[in-house]
Ligand binder design. Structure first.
Ligand SMILES: [Zn+2]
Ligand SMILES: [Zn+2]
Length: 376
């Protein structure tokens, strides 16, 4: 929020005419003044009205002060893109309101396939009316009166500074605006991250929607805008709890594809380092191997991965799914004898499904047993 106090449409209080009713009886219209903090002054003695309302006689002006004006105040911030985006993409790919409201349709994790409708909901009178226990039509009506009085719209697109390099094309700013982000906010974030190249618009939406710490992004930003986008994407794919893992793997020089596979999984950077040290491979090569193991649904231990390397140095470290299935078909068709990881590790160390099936037929059940047999 800037020094002008942009929590209100003008610098001065505004006075408008509103209809007034007591219970179901219309009492005509009168003037009310809305101050720049959205507090409302009416001709009523509101303390008396509150007491009366406890006995069932409600004045519409009491609702105006307690519910409608606060809802309009929040809606002002949402529609002028001063808070926001208020939505985010979950790891299931669907879009939700970041802070759902229990009295609103968005309460039980209402979700949308795309961000547009979610963003629209966040800046709708319905949503903020529900937040303050007001009726959406009363909220709309107050907005219309304020807009008419001021001659301006709540939702007025603020064009970016000319020559801004935060995004690829001017259409990106229009898209971000529809997603509840102002060009000013995107520009600010771009500068804060120290990026030279434009960041894809969806990147801003993810960073703001998930409140991703710009400090966490700084190592990625030092590389490129693409790295920032990848990091933001990966983080929300894997849950924010894995932020440290992802950062650590990135700094260790692990390829992004391997990080995608490893984040939140059974292997830590210390496991990668242990295998790298024992086998003389790079962290990057070991990470690719571990990611490939997860890809065929096996989770060999550090010791097993090292054993495979010793059996087949520079050879293929991870068998294919088809080869694992071929071993099962020959040696253990009912899958009673062997765990998948043991089949995979034996196969990787031995080389072919036929030889591996032969070893299993002799009673070997794990890579450790195979090594003992060979040694004896
Ligand atoms: Zn009144
Ligand atoms: Zn809602």
């Amino acid at each position: 929020m800037d020094a002008l106090g942009t929590g209100f449409p003008t610098r001065e209080p505004i006075t408008i005419t509103v209809p007034c009713s007591i219970g179901s009886r219309r009492a005509g219209t009168h003037r009310v003044t809305i101050d720049t903090d959205w507090s409302v002054t009416t001709p009523h003695d509101l303390e008396l009205e509150r007491i009366a309302s406890a006995f069932g006689s409600t004045t519409s002006c009491l609702r105006l002060v307690d519910q409608i004006a606060p809802a309009v105040a929040d809606l002002w911030l949402a529609q002028t893109r001063r808070v926001g985006p208020g939505i985010r993409r979950a790891s299931d790919g669907r879009w939700r309101i970041s802070q759902p409201i229990s009295a609103c349709a968005c309460r039980e994790g209402l979700s949308w396939p795309g961000p547009d409708k979610a963003a629209e909901h966040f800046r709708s009178p319905t949503h903020w009316a529900a937040r303050h226990g007001a009726r959406a039509r009363d909220v709309r009506s107050l907005i219309r009166r304020i807009e008419t009085e001021l001659g301006t719209q709540f939702e007025a697109f603020e064009p970016p500074e000319p020559g801004c390099r935060a995004i690829h094309s001017p259409q990106d700013f229009e898209w971000l605006w529809r997603m509840n982000l102002s060009p000013g906010r995107a520009t600010e974030l771009h500068q804060h991250l120290g990026l030279r190249d434009p960041l894809a618009a969806i990147g801003y939406l993810h960073i703001e929607g998930w409140q991703i710490d710009p400090a966490w992004l700084s190592d990625f930003a030092a590389h490129s805008a693409e790295a920032v986008l990848w990091a933001a994407n990966t983080l929300i794919e894997h849950d924010l709890r894995h932020a440290d893992d992802i950062h650590e793997l990135y700094l260790a020089g692990i390829h992004w594809k391997a990080i995608n596979a490893l984040a939140g999984g059974p292997y830590q950077l210390s496991d990668i380092r242990a295998v790298a040290e024992a086998t003389g491979q790079s962290n990057r090569a070991v990470a690719a191997t571990l990611a490939a193991w997860l890809g065929v649904d096996c989770r060999p231990s550090v010791a097993q991965v090292i054993s495979v390397w010793r059996a087949q140095p520079y050879g293929r470290q991870v068998p294919s799914n088809a080869a694992i299935e071929a071993v099962y078909a020959k040696a253990d068709p009912r899958r009673q004898l062997l765990e998948r990881t043991d089949v995979g590790a034996l196969l990787a160390a031995i080389g072919t499904p036929t030889q591996t099936a032969g070893v299993i037929a002799q009673g070997v059940r794990s890579l450790a047993e195979y090594e003992q047999e060979k040694a004896s």
